[in-house]
Design a binder for this molecule. Structure first.
Ligand SMILES: [Zn+2]
Length: 171
């Protein structure tokens, strides 16, 4: 279910008056409220070790529990993409990332509790200070070369792996 269709009642006036708006979202025909439904921004950390392998973490939460993906997380209100990435890497792996460059951004579908969100991921190439330790939301982590990638990679991060392979960053 796309998020537009999950909302029936206007969050301002409470009437069942939401319709497809001309904006990116819904409009209330009763009180004229514009309900913006833009993508949810997230930060993604692409971390290489000295052998040129990438760090992937095994998800310990839904969606895609047990699958591997890059350390990442949704950006909170008031945070920059870089601040969110630093916070997430501290929370998940107890390290301080050194953000080297902005790699790319990508849109992906993110199904959570029966609602299909559109996420907008900002991926950064990083190194890090400290020793990696599994913390919140992940059950394991490991570095992978192009030839030994895990079988189960979260589909929402597969596009970053493909871009790394295409650009020969992951060789
Ligand atoms: Zn309304």
């Amino acid at each position: 279910m796309e998020e537009e269709y999950a909302f029936k009642y206007c969050p301002v006036c409470g009437t069942k008056s939401l319709t497809d708006g001309k904006i990116d979202g819904l409009k209330c025909t009763s009180c004229n409220f514009d309900f913006f439904l833009n993508p949810k921004p997230a930060s993604v950390g692409i971390i290489f070790n000295t052998r040129g392998e990438i760090l992937l973490t095994q998800r310990d939460i839904e969606p895609f529990k047990g699958y591997w993906d890059f350390p990442s997380g949704f950006i909170k209100k008031g945070e920059t993409a870089e601040e969110a990435l630093r916070r997430e890497l501290k929370e998940e792996l107890d390290v301080e990332p050194l953000i080297r460059e902005s790699f790319c951004s990508a849109s992906d579908d993110y199904l959570y509790k029966g609602l299909l969100y559109t996420a907008l991921d900002f991926a950064f190439i990083c190194t890090f200070k400290g020793e990696l330790r599994s913390q919140a939301e992940i059950s394991d982590f490991s570095f992978f070369s192009k030839d030994n990638l895990p079988e189960k990679i979260s589909p929402h991060h597969m596009q970053f792996i493909e871009k790394l392979l295409e650009s020969k960053r992951l060789a």
